[in-house]
Design a protein around this ligand. Structure first.
Ligand SMILES: NC(=O)c1ccc[n+]([C@@H]2O[C@H](COP(=O)([O-])OP(=O)(O)OC[C@H]3O[C@@H](n4cnc5c(N)ncnc54)[C@H](OP(=O)(O)O)[C@@H]3O)[C@@H](O)[C@H]2O)c1
Length: 315
């Protein structure tokens, strides 16, 4: 699609980790005509309010970065909330965007849409080839419905919707709540607080051997802007760093960045989860995009952000 500098772009979920990074990336790329609504101003689970907003404001482009997001604990204790909110948000926003004549739509899924035992690195054609990871299947089923809805609206109505599947993201604005956060922000907070208390050691769940992939959210947002401009197809696109690290390597890196002097131990009696989760990014690199922010630089920047924003961060 030909994106014009003045195109009106609605970023849904602009206060979240991804949405805020997308707003920064649009700003850097010279797209200043943005439409933003907070959750309090517009609840995306409310169909009539969403339709009315689209009819009134008529955005040309939509990036859907609003979703009910959470870790294993939140997913397993509130399965109904996760499946309901995500189905409603995407159903309302995709349909209203189509009805009001939106020219380009970006849907964000997640690597958890793929089968638990998908061959590694995970290619886009692994979708729906096997059972999902049970701990977050509610969320994953909703996301699969979302990407299928985009494909169905493209086929039936010619609606230009694309779907991106990001790996684990991290960066400024992350969620550092230990109950609900992902491994990387949780490690930053734990090492920082252990350093402050001068704890002699930190113990991490599992053996440290599982491998995980991490992508800085500013790289993710850069990929969103790139694909907004250069990709108009129904096939889903993985967005990742392309390489993974062990949890031990990640923990050593975070320890170094935070300057924690104590020991690092692993509690092998606790579960490890999937041994490896890495996305195959051949489709994306084939289109000409590559990430730039190394894990070390990204962790340093995120740690600086965490220290500066402790009062207003999600803790
Ligand atoms: N973070 C990752 O590692 C990761 C990885 C893969 C994919 N993704 C995808 O990226 C997208 C954004 O994730 P994120 O990490 O940026 O999540 P996030 O930080 O929790 O942001 C989500 C945003 O959506 C808003 N929102 C939630 N329910 C809403 C509703 N009913 N109406 C209006 N706004 C609502 C939230 O507002 P409130 O906070 O006010 O509720 C928040 O601003 C999701 O689709 C997710 O699947 C994220």
């Amino acid at each position: 699609m030909q994106l014009k500098p003045g195109s009106r772009i609605y970023v849904a979920g602009h206060r979240g980790l991804v949405g805020a990074a997308v707003v920064r990336a649009l700003e850097r790329a010279g797209y200043h005509n943005r439409l933003l609504r907070t959750h309090a101003e517009l609840d995306l689970t409310e169909q009539s309010a969403v339709r009315a907003m689209f009819e009134r404001e008529r955005p040309e482009v939509v990036i859907l970065a609003a979703a009910r997001v959470g870790g294993i604990h939140a997913n397993s204790t509130q399965p109904a909330t996760f499946i309901r909110d995500n189905l409603l948000i995407q159903d309302n926003v995709i349909d209203a965007a189509h009805r009001s004549g939106v020219a380009k739509f970006v849907f964000l899924g997640s690597s958890c849409i793929y089968p638990k035992l998908a061959p590694q690195p995970i290619r886009e054609d692994s979708l729906l080839t096997g059972p999902l990871e049970p701990t977050n299947e509610w969320y994953a089923v909703a996301k699969i419905a979302g990407l299928k809805m985009c494909q169905a609206y493209r086929r039936q109505y010619g609606f230009n919707a694309i779907s991106l599947m990001p790996t684990n993201l991290y960066g400024p604005g992350d969620n550092f709540d230990l109950q609900n956060s992902h491994v990387l922000p949780a490690l930053i907070r734990r090492f920082h607080e252990a350093k402050e208390r001068r704890d002699p050691a930190i113990s991490i769940w599992g053996t440290g051997t599982p491998r995980r992939e991490f992508l800085h959210v500013d790289d993710m947002a850069d990929a969103v802007v790139f694909l907004l401009r250069h990709y108009d197809d129904e096939g889903i696109v993985n967005v990742g760093w392309g390489e993974d690290v062990t949890i031990r390597e990640l923990a050593e890196l975070v320890r170094k960045v935070c300057g924690f002097q104590g020991d690092l131990g692993f509690d092998a009696s606790k579960p490890d989860g999937t041994p490896r989760k890495l996305l195959d990014t051949t489709r994306l690199t084939g289109l000409g995009w590559r990430p730039k922010i190394t894990l070390e630089a990204g962790v340093k920047g995120t740690y600086e952000w965490f220290k500066e924003h402790r009062a207003d961060a999600r803790l």
